[in-house]
Design a protein around this ligand. Structure first.
Ligand code: 8DG
Ligand code: MG
Ligand code: MG
Length: 142
């Protein structure tokens, strides 16, 4: 049903892979506070998915990424909130452009990020990421 004044937003998130590890940050946000999620953010007007992925990862971690590939799209809704959200989330896979260490550039929004083995992911994961993984999502090409 159409909700007056509400529109879905487009978000790009990045599965940045290094060996069998993925980069996750601990959120500081009213949505999913203290949970682990992928770097990413809102698609800006006129941007390609790859440009958005590259920009958001750089803004949030200082890292330069390459070999970007489209993975999947998910429809993530948080409707049972005082302020409901609806995101169309484009997931992109990427690797580091060279040997670099992540920095926490937005400490107000993230407690820091680190590399986690896919088989030993930290808890709690951000709910839409947890759901996707339960449904079989796996960003690794092998
Ligand atoms: P921006 O202002 O930089 O564009 O956005 P941001 O401040 O970086 O926003 P964000 O919270 O990182 O991402 C926007 C929304 O995307 C977030 O509130 C909920 C949705 N989202 C998901 N899954 C994921 C995910 O795994 N990682 C991130 N970062 N956002 C996600 O539904
Ligand atoms: Mg973000
Ligand atoms: Mg951002």
């Amino acid at each position: 049903a159409a909700t007056p004044g509400k529109v879905p937003k487009v978000v790009v998130v990045v599965c940045l892979l290094r060996g069998n590890k993925v980069l996750l940050g601990r959120r500081r946000s009213s949505l999913g506070d203290s949970t682990f999620s992928l770097p990413g953010g809102h698609l800006e007007f006129g941007e390609s998915f790859e440009e958005c992925a590259t920009r958001e990862v750089k803004e949030e971690t200082g890292l330069d990424i390459e070999k970007l590939e489209f993975l999947t799209v998910t429809n993530n809704m948080f409707l049972d909130k005082a302020k409901p959200y609806h995101y169309v989330v484009i997931s992109i896979r990427a690797v580091l452009a060279d040997h670099q260490q992540p920095q926490n550039i937005e400490p107000d929004f993230c407690d820091g990020c680190g590399w986690y083995e896919w088989n030993i992911l930290p808890k709690p994961l951000f709910s839409p990421l947890e759901k996707a993984i339960q449904a079989g999502f796996n960003p690794f090409p092998f």
